[in-house]
Design a protein. Sequence first.
Length: 285
Amino acid sequence: MSNLFNFETYSATITNFVMVYGMRLVVAVITLLVGLWVINWLNRLVYNLMVKKDVDVSLRPFLKSVMAVALRVLLIILVIAQLGVEMTSFIAILGSAGLAIGLALQGSLANFAGGVLILTIKPFRVGDYIEAQGQGGTVDMINIFNTVLKTPDNKTIFIPNGPLANSVVVNYTIEKTRRVEFNFAVSVNNDIGKVRQLLQNLIQADNRVLPDPAPAIVVTNFAEHSLTLSVRVWVEKENYWAFFWDMNEHAKSAFEEQGIQMPVPRREMVGGASNGQAPNAVQQV
C-alpha cells in the first residue's frame, strides 16, 4: 500500500507539473515562433517605409539591424516571463550578465559606437569610394559592427567600425570635381614652347576638361638631360580615370608625331679598356 501511495503521489506531482509548466512551455514556444514571424514582418515593413520615405541609403541596413536586435531581446524577455520566471530576479541576472558580456565584448561595443558615429558625422555614404585602414573600395553597406567595401576587382572587404571611425578616411566621391595631374618628362633639347602648345592643344580638344579652375601647364623639374612639365586640369569625378588613360595615350602619340624627344640617360664607360680588352662595366648617369 505504501508503494502504491508513493506512486500515486509522484504521479499526481508529475501530472500537476506537466499541467502547469507544460502549458507554459507550449505558450512560450508559440510566443517565440509568432514573435519571430512578427519581427521579420516588421523589419520588412519598416525597411520598405524607409525606401518610400527616401531615408539615407547608409542608414537603412543599420536601423534595420538595430531594430531587429532590440525586438529579439524584448521577445526573449517575454518568452521567459511566459515560463513563470520572476522578472525581478531575471532582470538582476540579465544586468550582471550584461556587465560581464560588455567587459568581454569591449571591441564589439566600440565598433557599435563607431557605427553610430559614422552615421552621425557621415564622412562617407553608401556608394562613395573611400580609402581607409590601408584599404580602398566603394562603400557597399554600413552595418552595426562593420562597414563593407567592394573593390574594383570585386573583392569584399569588412572594416570594423571602431577603428574606421577613428582613422583618416579619404573620400574620393564627396566632391563633384577632381584634379588630374600628369607629369611628362622630355629631353632638354626640345623647344619647351612647342611641347607646351602640343599639350595645350590636347587639353582644348577634350570637352571633359572643365574651364574653371583653368588648366595649368608648368615646369616642375629641370635636370641635366630632362625637364618635366606638369599638366593640371579639372574634370567631373566620373570622368577622372577615363580622361587620365586617354590623355596619356594621346600625349604619347602626339609626341611621336611631332618628333618630341624623350630624355635619354647618358652612359659612360667604367673600368677603362686597355690592350684591346672590352670595358668592365657601363655606368648610367
